[in-house]
Design a protein around this ligand. Structure first.
Ligand code: IFM
Length: 431
């Protein structure tokens, strides 16, 4: 059985809007009221974590987690432009202190798909002053929480966010095929990351906060597969890769704007990232199209993938892809890697333990081959609001009964707990 090196901390990840509940200031509240979530569900209940956070932190500690990725909700901390909520800040201070009291290392995300409604009303990530507005929020959060948090994630999955907001219409304000906004928002998020990187380092240094400051972002990396390697298919994959992966690697990690985002180095010389965060879920089959509003390719699943290798959302389970994206990212940058997300929608919990085992197996092989991977955050600690897909997809190690908000530890969470405790990739007992 493979050993899990001590340098790799194992834990779980969540995001505020998906679990906290009770926030009417987030843009997801209005979006859900307007029917943006499947079945007319509301963002309001979440998993009631804002109220139950003490219980949830105890739960993650009892499950042996060594690190925890969470986000702070911008709309709670800054309910009106430039007005800061002392209640929200005190809440997050209490939650993070509790996490640390269990010896769990927190990683805090500053932007995870949601924003205050007022920010969206002003144009969101395509507005003229969005970067400065976001940086004002970042500065306040780091001033208020920076003594408790040394590891930060500026922006979660800028590629998925820009795609689902401006190309696919799934996230508020729901534009479809708006290539101009996709590019403008992506460019603004690059600039926001570069500014936040500097602010977080400067603020923590000026205030003498302890712990090594580490700032990165969470990049969603997909494996793209072609049915046939025709010249058109190869071109299509190149274009999708450029628009979905490369412009963000260049911007966030290298501090470079590359076409079609722009040209140049807006923030001088680096570094611009202390680690690269990878969110990995699946492999996608690309069918070429000449349509720029579909990024020149339609994404799907190969027809020969059997049911047992599909998640409840119909995504292919493809564990070797994690090893491949980690190896490629390590080769390219030689920066520490955090697996900021990896998980499966699996309501019956029949696939999750095997999913964890197989992905970790490929991750450990990549580590054996030299990649420096320091965190693995399983997505997710709890069942949660899967954005426009509502509450039906179940990503949690811990099941949430949405009628009672009671938590039930799934068998896979116990399996994962045993990995955390034994530091060994234990075999899965299949039924
Ligand atoms: O739930 C999301 C998360 O918010 C971002 N990454 C992918 C997850 C599963 O779709």
């Amino acid at each position: 059985m493979m050993r899990i090196p001590d340098s790799l901390l194992l834990g779980s990840a969540t995001a505020a809007t998906q679990i906290e509940g009770g926030d009417r200031n987030t843009n997801w509240y209005a979006w859900s009221l307007a029917g943006g979530v499947t079945g007319g569900e509301s963002s309001l209940p979440g998993a009631d974590h804002y109220r139950l956070f003490r219980e949830d932190v105890d739960l993650m500690a009892s499950l042996g987690h060594q690190c925890y990725r969470m986000s702070v909700e911008w709309s709670r901390v800054e309910p009106q432009p430039g007005q800061w909520s002392s209640e929200a800040i005190a809440h997050y201070r209490e939650e993070i202190s509790l996490i640390r009291s269990h010896g769990i290392v927190p990683l805090v995300t500053l932007h995870h798909f949601s924003c205050p409604q007022w920010f969206q009303d002003r144009g969101g990530w395509v507005s003229i002053d969005c970067v400065d507005t976001f940086l004002r929020f970042c500065r306040t959060v780091v001033e208020e929480l920076g003594d408790l948090v040394s590891e930060w994630c500026t922006i979660n999955e800028p590629n998925v966010f820009a795609n689902d907001t401006y190309m696919d219409g799934r996230y508020p304000p729901g534009h479809c095929g708006d290539v101009g906004s996709y590019l403008r928002a992506s460019r603004n998020m690059v600039l926001a990351h570069l500014g936040a990187y500097r602010i977080i380092h400067e603020t923590r240094a000026q205030r003498g906060y302890s712990g090594q400051t580490r700032v990165g972002f969470a990049h969603h990396l997909a494996v793209f597969q072609l049915a046939r390697t025709t010249p058109l298919a190869l071109l299509s994959r190149w274009l999708i890769n450029r628009l979905f992966h490369e412009i963000f690697f260049a911007g966030f990690v290298e501090g470079r704007l590359i076409p079609p985002l722009g040209i140049g180095r807006p923030a001088g010389t680096g570094p611009f990232c202390d680690y690269v965060g990878i969110n990995y879920y699946s492999r996608h089959l690309i069918t070429p199209t000449c349509n720029p509003t579909a990024m020149f390719g339609r994404i799907g699943v190969a027809p020969d993938v059997p049911d047992e290798r599909l998640t409840d959302l119909g995504w292919e389970i493809f564990p070797s892809g994690l090893g491949d994206v980690v190896a490629a990212t390590w080769q390219r940058y030689h920066l520490p890697i955090f697996i900021t997300e990896n998980g499966v929608a699996d309501a019956t919990d029949s696939k999750r333990a095997r999913f964890i085992h197989d992905h970790l197996e490929h991750l450990l092989r990549a580590i054996d081959n030299g990649a420096r991977v320091e965190r693995y955050f399983h997505w997710s600690l709890l069942d949660n609001l899967e954005w426009n897909d509502g509450y039906a997809p179940r990503f949690g190690l811990v099941e949430v009964d949405y009628e009672t908000m009671k938590r039930h530890v799934r068998p896979s969470a116990r399996y994962y707990r045993d990995l955390c405790r034994t530091r060994t990739l234990l075999e899965v007992e299949d039924d």
